[in-house]
Unconditional design. Structure first.
Length: 88
């Protein structure tokens, strides 16, 4: 198979924020497709052309907070699909 760098969208962590962001994009695209295909609407409220949004690596997908017990935790920021990426 292809390496993750060659995928249209690299693997996205299964944590809440990336899923929420991707669902917003998907729902907005469904609404735009409905307008374009079934209602004949081609522009938004401001007169800009309706265009389907590309999926992308979600901004918050590289942030992880992990509890290390009642008095400690660690936080990783800037992680992505590349092994050992991000800063703790």
């Amino acid at each position: 198979g292809k390496k993750p760098d060659e995928w249209p969208i690299p693997p996205i962590p299964k944590i809440s924020y990336p899923g929420e962001e991707m669902s917003v994009i998907a729902c907005k695209n469904i609404d735009k497709i409905d307008k374009l295909v079934f209602r004949g609407v081609t522009t938004d409220f401001f007169g800009s052309p309706l265009e389907i949004s590309d999926m992308h690596w979600p901004w918050g997908a590289g942030m992880f907070a992990t509890s290390l017990g009642p008095d400690d935790a660690c936080f990783v920021a800037g992680a992505n699909w590349i092994k050992n990426s991000g800063l703790m």
